[in-house]
Design a protein around this ligand. Structure first.
Ligand code: LLP
Length: 435
């Protein structure tokens, strides 16, 4: 369920025309629906009813301050992976003391900052990290709350670059070594063993791998509760969303035969499968959803620059590029691309949808069938709210895109398009290079 639909032939986000946003703020621009985010949040939070659940939004998916504030207002804490993200949580008015700090490479400065700020738990990924956190906590005269990330060696059956719970991934401590890691942690005077964590991968479209992983670690989690009195179990994020036919449920792709919308893994199915496994533990359950809360809540608006007819191939050249939305280039990810204004009776066109960047990888879709698009026309990339802006770059000296948030009939710019001056603000020509 999302709040993007055609109203009088124009794609709207809630009650706002996306043509209007493109007119006011230009393109490429990300647009987020506050209502979709709130719905996603509530559905997931309610899916494990009866349990003491805390959602920690994985802000790596979308760390815009407005998005963070919105989730903080809904009751979310955050899953952080850098001191930059912790600073964002603070800037957005989030409560750092409910946040968890993950990542395989926490630096000394980051650990110190997180201890000074106070976080709910460090999600520790290795034994050397335990030693480092203990030492820094000792220097500060405090005890660091920790949970060890267990790698359950379960195949999440997702893209290789976003699977994390297999033994050949860099993440976590294998289940068979986890007992020793906890025993080591217990000996450190400046660590407080508080919980246990796992995360098996991202964009999971079935519940089976989650169930398998939870079942696999349950006996160990029970043992940790008995031995160390742990109070929480974080089961990570990873719930996937629908990318293909992302609009089909709200408004069928009118230019192609009506296809049945792909069935998403719903929070309700996820919750119903996990609730009976987790309830007997009597622990606080943390979830770290990223994509599931924001993925379908955002689109990327772009304009058509050219329709280039090649030999045996058409290219729809947009003003958005792989620097704005890298997922197709990086993971061969599929994003639905739709015209913001629909006109019936248009011829259909088969084309590669590409950006202006000077490499062949700057391609959003190959041989995609669309209604024939015209120069200047606004297009929308669906399901771009997660890992969209957050992974954008300035490649080819293209400034970071703008971001807009919609709520009902109102919308506001929540991040201005980056100017050339801001882009080069930190650069300097050294004194030894003469003009
Ligand atoms: N918790 C941990 C420890 C994680 O590493 C991640 C994601 C999450 C939670 C949130 O996962 P989610 O609920 O969003 O699936 N850039 C890739 C996705 C990378 C995910 C990295 N870790 C993409 O665009 O598909």
């Amino acid at each position: 369920m999302h709040h993007f639909s055609y109203q009088d032939s124009i794609l709207h986000c809630e009650e706002v025309s996306l043509e209007e946003i493109a007119r006011q703020h230009g393109t490429p621009t990300y647009v987020y629906s506050a209502a979709t985010m709130a719905d996603n949040y509530r559905r997931l939070a309610n899916s494990l009813s009866g349990l003491d659940v805390q959602l920690c939004f994985a802000m790596k998916a979308n760390s815009n301050l407005a998005v963070l504030r919105h989730f903080a207002n809904l009751g979310a804490a955050f899953d952080l992976v850098s001191s930059g993200e912790l600073k964002r949580a603070l800037a957005a008015g989030g409560n750092p003391q409910a946040c968890v700090f993950a990542g395989v490479g926490k630096t000394e400065a980051e650990i110190k900052f997180a201890l000074e700020t106070g976080v709910y738990g460090f999600h520790v990924e290795s034994e050397p990290e335990l030693a480092r956190i203990n030492r820094i906590a000792g220097q500060l005269g405090c005890k660091a709350p920790i949970a060890i990330r267990i790698n359950p060696d379960v195949d999440a059956k997702t893209h290789a670059k976003i699977t994390t719970g297999k033994s050949d991934n860099k993440f976590g401590i294998p289940l068979k070594f986890a007992k020793a890691a906890y025993a080591a942690a217990a000996k450190y005077p400046h660590l407080q063993i508080k919980g246990v964590q796992m995360h098996i991968g991202s964009q999971l479209t079935t519940v089976a791998p989650f169930v398998e992983a939870v079942k696999k670690v349950l006996p160990f989690v029970e043992q940790l509760k008995r031995t160390y009195g742990i109070t929480y179990f974080s089961i990570g994020g990873g719930i996937g969303i629908v990318y293909q036919d992302a609009l089909a449920s709200g408004a069928a792709s009118w230019w192609s035969p009506r296809r049945k919308a792909k069935k998403p893994l719903t929070p309700e199915v996820y919750g119903a499968a996990l609730q009976p496994l987790l309830a007997p533990l009597g622990l606080k359950i943390l979830l770290e959803p990223g994509r599931n809360l924001v993925g379908n809540a955002g689109v990327l608006l772009s304009r058509v620059e050219y329709l280039k007819r090649g030999s045996g191939k058409n290219f729809l050249v947009l003003d958005a590029a792989m620097n704005d939305l890298v997922r197709p280039a990086m993971y061969e990810a599929y994003h639905e691309v739709v015209p913001v204004t629909r006109q019936r009776g248009r011829r259909s066109l088969k084309a590669d949808i590409v950006g202006p960047i000077c490499e062949s990888g700057d391609c959003f879709a190959k041989d995609r069938v669309l209604p024939e698009a015209r120069e200047g026309e606004t297009m929308a990339f669906m399901s771009a709210g997660a890992y969209g802006y957050a992974m954008a770059s300035r490649y080819n000296t293209r400034g970071m895109p703008a971001e807009v948030m919609v709520s009902g009939r109102t919308f506001e710019l929540v991040n201005a398009r980056e100017s050339f001056e801001t882009m080069i603000a930190g650069e300097k020509i050294p004194s030894f290079l003469k003009a």
